[in-house]
Write a protein that binds this ligand. Structure first.
Ligand SMILES: [Zn+2]
Length: 467
């Protein structure tokens, strides 16, 4: 049986500052080596000061993943020498004196499969190496420390995954969960990175390091399973080793260094005291946590009778579920859920467009009400939505500017219907003997009014005219 375990690094991108100093957590907008200070550079005499918000958010993540949460946490120094690590050690967590990392054992369901979480650690990100030069011979390596000290959580799972599909589903659930907790934006470059360990039946465990995105993680796991199966089928031993993910060539390659044997000489970080997170603090944090995705889904189904599939899509995306919760009333909930999941999601398909879109809860409420009162057809509502996303104008303004309102003026509609009746004499005769075929004539009226005729009034008037 194939066994896959993951170590996922998630930056807490929504925090203001780094984990142990007041430099910005959002290092992405800075010039190279501009977002640094003596603390994150580990200069002599500097002392780290723990970011309390990071502890709170880390605890929330642990709770959301059903992990145990210890009543006190400790930090450790992990010593190793690498140019991206200015202090020559990384401040991280380790469960050596009992559970003292931000989260202990937990689990999460991926479909019917239970994935166990081993632990969650709060730690600092190292800096970033930038390689320049065209050939291997002339290559130079530059170091950017802007990222050094950025808060992240490392989520370690048991080797419970059996295939890449489960890995992908887990990552989707995890991304949605982090977004729902408002702790991270998983779509930012480098915000989610991972290591994976993969073994097939009868083979040794292989670690894959350096996977830069969730998208590549699934690919890397898939590649590694295929490689191991191919070796196995030729009776070649699968060596226990560390491999690196080459994201350009999309393959794993054996890494020359024997990093798995490294002795990190962990010791307690004496500059940061143990942090108490007693039950009172934990209860307080729990009460501040946003409603979970599963509870939202349950609410949408039971309260508004929204179909399970629609409720699933709506609840798992924070932006859309917030918009839904702000805009709906008892009467228009189903209509708004429909507008969001069928029209709006198709229109605004990327994060970038989403942030630029000008749609508000009021727009959605107005749209749903106008559809329900027959003021505007579903088809016209779609066009109006497109305009609103672009301009942010009021619905009434959009309707009049684009002339999207339904034709519900009786005399105007009667005139159009008379024209149709004279043009379609054969269909009229048919409708007289077989009332169901009248829909063909309704369709003709719609065609002539570009879908704007009030459907109910059209039918009533047609019936009256045909007699
Ligand atoms: Zn700093």
């Amino acid at each position: 049986m194939t066994k896959i375990g993951l170590e996922i690094h998630c930056q807490l991108t929504n925090l203001e500052s780094k984990l142990f100093c007041s430099c910005k957590a959002n290092y992405r907008e800075f010039q190279i080596n501009e977002n640094i200070c003596p603390v994150c550079m580990g200069l002599p005499g500097s002392l780290p000061r723990l970011n309390q918000e990071a502890v709170k958010k880390g605890t929330m993540i642990a709770m959301a993943l059903n992990c145990t949460t210890p009543d006190k946490i400790a930090f450790f120094r992990k010593n190793y020498f690498y140019p991206d690590l200015p202090k020559n050690f990384q401040i991280t967590q380790l469960n050596i004196y009992g559970d003292t990392s931000i989260g202990g054992a937990g689990s999460i369901m991926v479909g019917d499969k239970k994935i166990r979480i081993t632990r969650i650690q709060l730690e600092e990100d190292p800096g970033r190496l930038i390689y320049e030069g065209s050939s291997t011979k002339n290559q130079i390596t530059l170091v950017d420390y802007n990222r050094a000290g950025t808060p992240l959580v490392e989520i370690v799972t048991e080797p419970d995954f059996e295939n890449p599909k489960q890995v992908r589903e887990f990552l989707n659930i995890l991304s949605d969960l982090l977004e729902n907790l408002a702790v991270a934006d998983p779509s930012l470059e480098g915000a989610m990175r991972a290591d994976a360990n993969v073994s097939i039946e009868g083979g040794n465990k292989v670690e894959i390091k350096n996977i830069g995105s969730f998208h590549d993680l699934e690919k890397a796991v898939h590649f590694e399973i295929t490689r191991q199966n191919s070796l196995h089928s030729r009776d070649i031993t699968i060596t226990q080793e560390t491999r690196h993910w080459d994201d350009k060539r999309k393959i794993t390659i054996s890494s020359r260094s024997k990093e798995e044997e490294l002795d990190y000489r962990y010791f307690l970080e004496g500059d940061i005291p143990w942090v108490k997170i007693d039950s009172e603090i934990q209860e307080k944090l729990k009460s501040k946590m946003p409603e979970s995705i599963s509870s939202k889904k349950e609410r949408y189904i039971s309260k508004y009778n929204i179909p399970s599939q629609v409720a699933d899509v709506l609840s798992s995306d924070k932006f859309y579920s917030d918009l839904f919760d702000e805009s709906h009333t008892e009467n228009n909930a189903k209509e708004i859920a429909n507008i969001i999941t069928t029209d709006l999601m198709g229109l605004v398909d990327t994060r970038e467009k989403l942030e630029k879109s000008k749609i508000t809860a009021t727009h959605l409420r107005d749209l749903a009400d106008s559809i329900q009162s027959g003021k505007i057809s579903r088809n016209s509502a779609k066009n109006a939505l497109y305009e609103i996303v672009k301009t942010g104008n009021d619905l009434s303004q959009v309707i009049s500017e684009l002339d999207l309102g339904n034709v519900s003026d009786e005399s105007e509609l009667t005139g159009i219907i008379r024209e149709i009746i004279s043009e379609e004499s054969q269909a009229v005769e048919q409708a007289k003997s077989n009332p169901q075929t009248i829909n063909y004539l309704v369709g003709k009226v719609m065609q002539k009014t570009k879908g704007k005729a009030d459907p109910k009034l059209t039918l009533d008037l047609l019936k009256k005219q045909i007699g």
